[in-house]
Write a protein that binds this ligand. Sequence first.
Ligand SMILES: NC(=O)c1ccc[n+]([C@@H]2O[C@H](COP(=O)([O-])OP(=O)(O)OC[C@H]3O[C@@H](n4cnc5c(N)ncnc54)[C@H](O)[C@@H]3O)[C@@H](O)[C@H]2O)c1
Length: 249
Amino acid sequence: MAQASGRIAGKTAFVTGGASGLGLDIVRRFVAEGASVVIADIDAGAGEALAADLGQRFVRLDVSREEQWLAALGTCENIDILVNNAGITTHGSIEELTLEAFRHEFSVDVDGVFLGCKHVIPKMKDRGGSVINMSSMCGVRAQADLAAYNAAKAAVTHLTKSVALHYARKGYGMRCNSVHPGAIHTPILEKVMAQVADGRALYESWVATHPLGRLGRPEEISAIVLYLASDESAFATGAEFRIDGGSSL
Ligand SMILES: NC(=O)c1ccc[n+]([C@@H]2O[C@H](COP(=O)([O-])OP(=O)(O)OC[C@H]3O[C@@H](n4cnc5c(N)ncnc54)[C@H](O)[C@@H]3O)[C@@H](O)[C@H]2O)c1
């Protein structure tokens, strides 16, 4: 990780899906840069262990559940930075996917972002702040075998723009941007590989779609999330930040 220099010192951040993968790296980087971080995750075991390790606070949250959002945010006085990062990836084409699986994908990846962008407003609007939504390269470029995930991440992209316009129109001083990683080495990749017959071949196909010839690393994503969380990005809102090794080209 790059040398920390207090770029978000004194700010309070709320990171969903903060117990693993990209969220975990974002949490570590935010703490190193001086923020207080609320780690929100459905996985209480991993979340509590990380919070204890870093001296931060954990709240259990299923992002698809509105009442849990209200309870979790109710434990926070103010929030300066919200990272709507929690997500799942359901493998399958339009022919293979059930409606139930499609809806489950949307309940986490889209409902979760909708609820965060909505219910954080009372915690942020009097002081301004930054909302960062984790979309994906898959929200830009489609794959036949990721129909639900493609649709969900594309929805996050456009929801972000509508939210950004609303925050601006209201003069809340709040910004909202989306981040679009290519394939990054995190546990989510293992979960997707476990859904298919030949996980290794799937992995090789991911590498092949990245012109830079490799997958990304979590710190290459948390770097841009830190930029969006900090005041350095004060003029950025409603924008798509692609960090994908060229895979969306
Ligand atoms: N890793 C990649 O290649 C990649 C690429 C593009 C986008 N993304 C996106 O980045 C985000 C993080 O992915 P990751 O790779 O770190 O995955 P991960 O599986 O390592 O971590 C996801 C975290 O979200 C949590 N989570 C899952 N469902 C939840 C729910 N309903 N409520 C609250 N928490 C929940 C999990 O417990 C876990 O801690 C996701 O939105 C994912 O779609 C990942």
